[in-house]
Design a protein around this ligand. Sequence first.
Ligand SMILES: [Fe+2]
Length: 274
Amino acid sequence: MIEFHPLAPALGAEVSGVQLRAPLPAAALERIREGLRRHLVLFFRDQAIGPADHLALAEAFGTPTPHPAYPHVDGFPAINILESTPERPTKIDTWHTDMTFLEAPPLGSILRARELPEVGGDTMWANLYAAYDGLSPGMRRYLEGMRASHSFAHGFRHSLAEPGGWERLGPAVRANPPIDHPVIRTHPETGRRALFVNRLFTTHLIGVPEAESAAILAFLFDHLETPEYACRFRWRTNSIAFWDNRATLHRPINDYHPALRRMERITIAGERPR
Ligand SMILES: [Fe+2]
C-alpha cells in the first residue's frame, strides 16, 4: 500500500510502500501521479535500483529529455550526472525551476542520490501555487498576461566566465536563445495558477521599463523564497526525489565543499507554459 507522509505543510511527502523497480503496476503509477498532484514533490528512501529502473520510471510519466550542459551515465544519455567535487564544486546555488530556458520546460525531474557528504547537501523545494496565492489581488492583476524572458546564458553565466567556458558551453548558448513564458502559468492537470519566474534563469519582464522590471522581479524572487512555502529534504544514498517542475522551484544547499556529492537526474519533457 503506497502511503504519503507530508514533510511540511507547504509541499513534499515521503512515500512508503513501493520499490521503484520496473515494471511498476498501473495502480502504483496512478497512486504516484495522485501523490505528485497533491504534494508536488515526493521522496522515496532506500531505492537501490539500476539506471534502467530509473529510466523506466521516468518513461512511465513522459519522454526523458537530455540536458545540453551536463554529462550522462554511460549507456544512458537521458540520465544526467550532477556532480560536485573538490576540484569542480557545483555553481548552482540559486532557487530555480529546471530548464525554463526551453520553449517547453520539463514537466518533472527524478533525482537520485548516489554519493553524499557525511552531512550537508540537502535540497529545498518551494510551492509555486502557494506563492501565487500569497500575492495581493492587485499584484495578481498587474502580472496577469505578463511575460518574462528566461535565458540559458544567464543561468550559466558563472560557468561561461571560467577559462574554456565559452568553448564548452557556446554551442548550448547558441542552441538555446532567450525565450519568454507567462509570469503566471496555469497547471495543465490541476488548473491551478502558479507564479512561474525564477532567480536563476528569468532576466526581465517583457514590455516593462528596465528599472521597474528589476524591482518587481526582485520582489517576486524574494516572495517565492518565503520559508513557509518551502520544505527541506535530507538525502541518504539511494534516496529519490520526484518533483513536478511546473509547480515548484528548488535550491541545492551548497554547505559541504570540499566533500563529494554525486546525483543522477532524469528530466521529463513538458509542455509550453500557458
Ligand atoms: Fe535543478
